[in-house]
Design a protein around this ligand. Structure first.
Ligand SMILES: CC(C)(COP(=O)(O)OP(=O)(O)OC[C@H]1O[C@@H](n2cnc3c(N)ncnc32)[C@H](O)[C@@H]1OP(=O)(O)O)[C@@H](O)C(=O)NCCC(=O)NCCS
Length: 165
């Protein structure tokens, strides 16, 4: 199901058939270094990630992480959307793209569409959390108009992250 359209992109709900793309994306170096290792190693793991993660979120929250595809050819290039984590009070913006699609403004376009979607859904405050070392993501957040607010420790095991609002 399509949820948003931008000049170059379509955001649509993830489905189990996206497993091969998710398997590649979640094991890409940028994802592992900046978001973490989700332990998704097989197509079956990827299907479970999609059904237990994004698809459960659509059903329970009415939003989630979406597949970002190029409007011109339908290529899957990344994921972007909104997440409600049990460890964070507010809804946060999330995104990750395959490295070959970085530096083209796609992340900015998809993130803007996700923030607009959040507004349409009546979500008043959307935040973002980012590792201090993730300069590309922080630059994107600044470009979107979000500003650094505080350092956060989401769980005792995790490294501190920066909260942008
Ligand atoms: C974080 C991440 C999404 C940022 O992606 P990105 O490619 O740097 O972001 P964009 O797609 O918006 O690209 C921005 C650059 O594209 C270039 N660009 C090219 N064509 C463009 C266009 N038509 N419109 C806008 N920018 C364009 C610009 O140079 C722009 O740089 P600028 O900000 O200096 O103007 C990407 O690095 C990623 O997926 N990382 C791994 C996962 C991750 O870290 N997720 C975030 C966790 S908090």
């Amino acid at each position: 199901m399509q949820v948003a359209r931008t000049p170059r992109l379509i955001l649509r709900q993830l489905v189990p058939e996206d497993a091969s793309f998710i398997l590649v994306l979640l094991n890409s170096q940028g994802f592992i270094d900046n978001i973490g290792d989700k332990g998704v190693r097989t197509l079956n793991d990827a299907k479970e990630y999609i059904t237990h993660g994004p698809m459960t979120s659509y059903a329970e929250q009415g939003f989630g992480l979406y597949a970002v595809v190029l409007a011109e050819n339908g290529f899957q290039i990344g994921i972007c959307g909104l997440i409600k984590r049990p460890t964070l009070e507010h809804v946060d913006l999330g995104y990750a793209f395959l490295p070959q699609y970085w530096g083209k403004g796609y992340a900015f376009e998809a993130a803007q569409a996700s923030l607009a979607l959040g507004k349409q859904l009546g979500i008043e405050r959307i935040v973002a959390i980012v590792s201090s070392h993730n300069e590309a993501s922080k630059a994107l957040l600044n470009k979107l108009g979000l500003k650094f607010e505080a350092q956060l420790q989401l769980t005792p095991e995790d490294a501190p992250v920066e909260l942008f609002c």
